[in-house]
Design a protein around this ligand. Structure first.
Ligand code: ATP
Length: 135
């Protein structure tokens, strides 16, 4: 059996994950990275994407991660995310509406629209929907 490491995923609202895992794969801003027990220590920022891990029973779990930071230590990975939710907690209607809102803002190009904000909101919504479609 693979050696375990501890995973914590924390957002400003709440702790989402706090458990022993076999492997973590996270969306680093320089590219996706994987961490197993004994990994070299490093710090990285994260982009909007999917965090997946294998829990102690070997079950694969998927979470949406809205950017943030990861600290990787040999026996622990800590993720500080702006927001995060398990695939099962993603509300499809909410993400679909957020996607439409962002698309409409980008298409209308009103003078008072913050285009970067709309693009980031669109990215979040598209990723949430993509994770929901996984498997
Ligand atoms: P919205 O415009 O619908 O609020 P958002 O991308 O701006 O979406 P965030 O700022 O990423 O939302 O998250 C705010 C809170 O709402 C977080 O707790 C996040 O987990 C939750 N959340 C946002 N969208 C969804 C969703 N589609 N399903 C479940 N939870 C969501």
């Amino acid at each position: 059996m693979a050696e375990k490491l501890f995973l914590e995923v924390v957002t400003p609202q709440k702790a989402i994950v706090s458990e022993e895992v076999e492997i973590v794969v996270a969306p680093g801003s320089e590219g996706e990275f994987g961490a197993l027990k004994g990994h070299t220590t490093f710090l990285t920022s994260l982009k909007v994407g999917t965090l997946r891990y294998k829990d102690a029973k070997g079950k694969e779990r998927y979470l949406f991660i809205n950017g943030g930071f990861a600290e990787v230590l040999p026996d622990k990975v800590t993720i500080l995310a702006e927001s995060a939710e398990y695939r099962k907690d993603i509300d499809i209607d909410r993400a679909t509406k957020a996607k439409e809102r962002a698309e409409n803002r980008l298409a209308a190009k009103a003078a008072d629209t913050d285009l970067v904000r709309a693009e980031v909101a669109l990215k979040r919504a598209v990723h949430r929907l993509r994770i929901k479609e996984t498997k």
